[in-house]
Design a protein around this ligand. Structure first.
Ligand SMILES: Nc1ncnc2c1ncn2[C@@H]1O[C@H](COP(=O)(O)OP(=O)(O)OP(=O)(O)O)[C@@H](O)[C@H]1O
Length: 347
């Protein structure tokens, strides 16, 4: 296990700058996710930690040692990619042993012991003699993970390792990753564009936006206290509603563009033009209860839940509801939200 420190990392490809000064301190044993949409620079950052990409400026330390210009094999890291490419002609155990052989680590017996331990960790000891083509996709993924951890790296780098798996297998592998992390305590940097994956796996999430850190915090902080409109929209896909906040006899109120008014938490301090972040799961819809008037545009059936897309003050608004609510397209409904659940972002 080791700590990782990134100091003011910058990266340009030709004239295009893709990383604009990223600084991060990752504690020993921490599981951290780099989360962001396609092209925000998360893979580039991970490849720099691995030593597969040079830095344009800035420094990288692993275990308090400057590794900025060291080649990958001198960094004590292991990386697992989205395309994990097992060698088809080798058995499972030979695949896992491969990095030990390549680097000449230990005697044959020692290598076999390490391979057996790594396969036990991913619960594949019983399939060690199979060839990759005789395994399911999830099992192949676990072999790749065993191959990454077999050399007992100080830092484990994972680049969207679950994105080729179907939904069910992904969930299973997420649980396994959590358990493996708990057992081995490896410092882990996990790249993903999937917010649920980041929320469920990480000790800390670093949200990247166009080559900069937008916000970082625990999953709870990132989910419940998004600091910016971008963070609110990215995490939990909150609805963003432009408003003007003023004082009323009953406390602060937010005025929507169509003149409707929403009461805010009495402690809300922001006044003037602002954006409300309303989470889809926090909205309560009713046919003729109290609340803002919105018009139903369409309903999306999600199995256990429905998503209603409505029009509120001319903006599309999404809400997740229990699937026993049945509104017609075009129907005017009332929309209520607990003021404590409204997040106000100053413009
Ligand atoms: N070798 C390269 N040469 C030129 N541009 C590159 C190179 N590698 C990456 N880029 C550019 O750098 C930016 C960041 O790419 P990167 O792969 O790090 O993004 P990402 O957040 O990991 O996205 P994705 O989830 O799609 O992999 C992109 O605009 C990409 O086109």
């Amino acid at each position: 296990m080791a700590n990782v420190r990134l100091t003011d990392i910058r990266k340009s490809f030709a004239k295009t700058q893709v990383l604009h000064g990223i600084s991060l301190d990752i504690a020993s044993g921490e599981f951290i996710s780099l989360l962001g949409s396609s092209g925000c620079g998360k893979t580039t950052l991970l490849r720099m930690v691995a030593g597969l990409e040079s830095v344009t400026a800035g420094g990288i330390e692993i275990d308090d040692r400057d590794v900025t210009s060291l080649p990958p094999e001198k960094r004590d890291i292991a990386m697992m990619f989205q395309s994990y490419a097992l060698l088809p002609h080798l058995s499972v155990s030979e695949n896992v042993r491969f990095p030990l052989r390549m680097r000449g680590i230990g005697s044959r017996e020692e290598q076999q012991e390490k391979v057996a331990a790594a396969l036990e960790t991913v619960q594949l000891g019983h399939l060690s003699e199979r060839k990759p083509r005789q395994l399911s996709g999830g099992q192949q993924q676990r072999v790749a993970l065993a191959r990454a951890i077999v050399s007992q790296p100080k830092v484990l780098l994972l680049d969207e390792p679950l994105s080729n798996l179907d939904a069910r297998l992904r969930e299973d592998m997420q649980v396994e990753l959590i358990e493996i992390h708990q057992r081995l305590g490896l410092t882990t940097i996990f790249v993903t564009h999937d917010q649920e994956e980041a929320l469920s796996l990480s000790d800390r999430i670093v949200l990247l936006n166009a080559g900069r850190v937008e916000q970082q915090g625990t999953p709870d902080e990132i989910y419940n206290q998004p600091a910016t409109s971008f963070a609110s929209n990215f995490i939990g896909s909150a609805n963003l509603v432009p408003v003007e906040i003023t004082d009323s006899a009953q406390g602060p109120v937010a005025k929507l563009e169509d003149g409707q008014v929403l009461h805010l938490d009495p402690n809300e301090a922001i006044r003037g033009k602002a954006t409300l972040a309303l989470r889809q799961e926090d909205l309560t819809l009713s046919a003729n209860g109290m609340g803002l008037k919105a018009k139903v545009r369409t309903r999306v059936f999600l199995g256990a839940r429905n998503r209603y897309v409505m029009s509120l003050a001319g903006h599309p608004l999404r809400a997740l509801t229990a699937n026993d609510l049945d509104f017609a397209n075009g129907q005017e409904i009332a929309l209520a939200i607990d003021p404590a659940r409204i997040r106000v972002i100053a413009d």
